[in-house]
Design a protein around this ligand. Structure first.
Ligand code: SF4
Length: 246
């Protein structure tokens, strides 16, 4: 699944951003441009790149993970987003998805022909605690979106999502912990709780990564970064299709 990052950089907006991986990765790679400075990248036109024979570089059916080193709805990209919608319109044979902590900006960022949503575009609303779930979910559920994904990550407390888990509106629930040296621990009971809430409503569920610290049976385990996805998978809770990369 190719990552399409037409812009890079983001500013922190809520509690879940505290140890944002974009900032960590920038620091690790010695990037000199501050992580909160949003700039266009050389991948801006990725889905419409062609090979030497003038065929699409990415064949029909490709699913693009959009804006994983920024937020697709960030204000600084308002002047660039129309070009992205145009590129998406040029590839109706591909699928796209993005996750956002700025779902409250969606309506002002949509293209004129959006209608009830593009069939090939899924949007994920990210929530990290009860407060942000209660703020973002009503906005998310009432927005014109054809495919909704709910991402509880980095999960930093127990959340009750039951008021929002309408299987007619939410296609998938995915849960993950926080990575990095200073990560807040993820309590496995919170994961099981969201798994139960989702399955009771008949919504597919994924535990996509443990984060760096996982509390289970009263013990806190340090999970090295390379094992965080595989350890979560081993829990055997997964029943969904999207590969969450963050
Ligand atoms: S919205 Fe996402 S990318 Fe932006 S600072 Fe927060 S965690 Fe990082």
């Amino acid at each position: 699944m190719p990552m399409w990052n037409p812009w890079h950089g983001c500013h922190k907006i809520s509690a879940g951003c505290k140890h944002c991986y974009v900032y960590r990765e920038d620091a690790a790679y010695g990037n000199v441009i501050p992580s909160n400075e949003v700039r266009r990248t050389t991948s801006f036109n990725l889905p419409i790149k062609k090979d030497r024979k003038r065929n699409w570089k990415f064949p029909g059916g490709t699913e693009f993970a959009l804006c994983f080193t920024s937020d697709f709805l960030i204000e600084e990209a308002d002047g660039w987003r129309d070009e992205i919608w145009e590129i998406i319109r040029m590839r109706p044979d591909c699928r796209f998805f993005f996750f956002t902590k700025r779902i409250d900006r969606l309506m002002e960022c949509l293209p004129d022909d959006w209608g009830e949503g593009y069939e090939n575009m899924a949007i994920g609303c990210t929530v990290e605690n009860q407060d942000r779930a209660d703020y973002r979910m009503p906005i998310f559920l009432s927005a014109p979106i054809k495919h909704r994904l709910l991402i509880a990550a980095p999960l930093i407390e127990r959340i009750d999502l039951t008021p929002y888990l309408d299987p007619a509106l939410i296609e998938e629930v995915s849960v993950g912990g926080e990575s990095g040296k200073y990560a807040r621990p993820l309590d496995y009971d919170w994961v099981l709780d969201l798994h139960r809430q989702s399955i009771q409503k008949g919504i597919p569920f994924s535990f996509h990564q443990t984060g760096s610290y996982l509390i289970k049976d009263g013990r806190c385990y340090h999970i090295p970064r390379p094992l965080q996805h595989s350890q979560a998978k081993k829990a055997g809770l997964n029943s969904l299709s999207h590969e969450i990369i963050k």
